[in-house]
Design a binder for this molecule. Structure first.
Ligand code: MG
Length: 403
């Protein structure tokens, strides 16, 4: 099934990159550029950065370019597609084999579904697609026999660990004999920071991540551990695992990218330098581990220590909120995701303090009237309503949310 939509082995895989100017997008293009025999970038889409998109278009000469909302005037990409329709056109185009969904936020999940419905392979870096609409997207991917290829380092690690464990080459069924999936978390920049100090954290401090170099939204989510909570929900959908079999452990070195524990206690882990080009390349080149000259390497000749510790849910309430939303299911994860995106924006704009983020998310979850089996239209409405609600709270009570 995996090969049905792939071109003959001699042809490079034709890749569309949605979110090509972001952190994952630019690293995806690095990987593509490193393997011109294996991959070609046939479509590029960005939300706003017209200048970088034009540079990328000049370099990779894609068939299709899409600029979501910026102005193309004077950049040389005047014939670019635009808006959400442009993303859908790229995601379903006949000359595209694999779609990398690296847009952030809710903009990613509709093209993801469109690509699956068009029979494309999908490498998924967007978290919200599975968090908000996992009940639709993961179910549709299974129904069509199209395994989603995770790009996130944790899910990539689990994907690599389940190879040869009785699930064939796909993620279409839960791996057998597994007791737990254990997601590792770096702990972010405030792993050892006392709560009193965390209350006063500035956006600049929260944006300085110790081990990973990522975009602003995900970096703040890593500082609150919301990112790990969203990954738990994604793992639930990607690997068809109940929440009781999912666990989070803080591992500050970010060398062990995640683990699976089998019923006999045997545990497999995937290790490597924390560099997103590794999981990106695996998602594109699966099942091959391709060489990449520019990647840093582990030095196993040197002594070093790997540490593991439980997450502190008191200092990082976002992780607990995500577990709760995931377990409750239905529309709760969509509310979690939408509220978090708005709360993070308010924090970056200095309208609320660091703990204003979990306060807003908790309040949004508490105010929500759940729907058990939402369709896409319902999820869109929940997304819109939650954002409006959180923005309103921030506008009218921003100072109250600071304490
Ligand atoms: Mg991750």
């Amino acid at each position: 099934m995996e090969n049905q939509t792939s071109p003959p082995a001699t042809q490079p895989l034709r890749v569309a990159v949605l979110g090509s100017t972001g952190s994952i997008g630019t690293q995806t293009l690095d990987v593509i550029a490193a393997h011109p025999d294996r991959f070609s970038a046939v479509a590029l889409a960005a939300a706003r950065n017209a200048t970088l998109l034009a540079e990328q278009a000049a370099r990779f000469k894609p068939l299709l370019v899409c600029l979501g909302e910026g102005r193309v005037g004077g950049t040389g990409i005047e014939d670019a597609l635009s808006g959400p329709e442009g993303l859908i056109e790229i995601a379903t185009h006949p000359d595209v084999d694999l779609v990398v969904v690296a847009t952030t936020g809710a903009a990613g999940w509709e093209p993801t579904l469109a690509a699956i419905s068009a029979g494309k392979q999908v490498a998924l870096a967007n978290k919200e697609a599975l968090v908000m609409a996992g009940s639709v997207i993961a179910v549709e991917a299974r129904r069509r026999g199209i395994p989603l290829r995770p790009v996130d380092s944790e899910h990539s690690a689990i994907w690599q660990c389940i190879q040869g464990e009785g699930v064939g080459d796909s993620l279409l069924a839960a791996p057998k004999g597994v007791r737990k999936l254990i997601l590792t978390a770096s702990g972010g920049p405030f792993r050892n920071t006392p709560r009193e100090q965390m209350e006063k954290v500035t956006p600049g401090q929260a944006l300085a991540h110790p081990t990973w170099n990522m975009g602003a939204k995900i970096t703040i989510d890593s500082a609150t551990l919301m990112n790990k909570g969203l990954e738990v929900i994604e793992a639930h959908w990607l690997f068809d695992m109940p929440y009781e079999k999912l666990e989070v452990v803080v591992h500050p070195q970010s060398i062990v990218h995640s683990m699976i524990e089998f019923e006999d206690g045997s545990t497999k882990a995937q290790l490597g330098v924390p560099d997103m080009r590794v999981p990106i390349q695996y998602a594109l080149g699966y099942p091959d581990h391709l060489p990449y000259a520019d990647l840093p390497q582990m030095d196993w000749t040197q002594a070093f220590t790997l540490e593991f510790e439980p997450p502190d849910l008191d200092r990082f309430p976002c992780l607990g909120l995500a577990w709760e939303a995931g377990r409750k299911g239905g529309t709760y994860p969509a509310v979690l995701s939408a509220a978090d995106e708005e709360a993070v924006r308010a924090f970056l704009d200095e309208k609320i303090d660091f703990y204003g983020i979990p306060r807003l998310v908790e309040r949004a979850l508490g105010a929500h009237e759940p729907i058990t089996e939402p369709d896409l239209q319902t999820i869109r409405e929940i997304d819109r309503d939650t954002r409006a609600r959180v923005r309103e709270w921030t506008r009218t009570q921003g100072s109250a949310l600071i304490r």
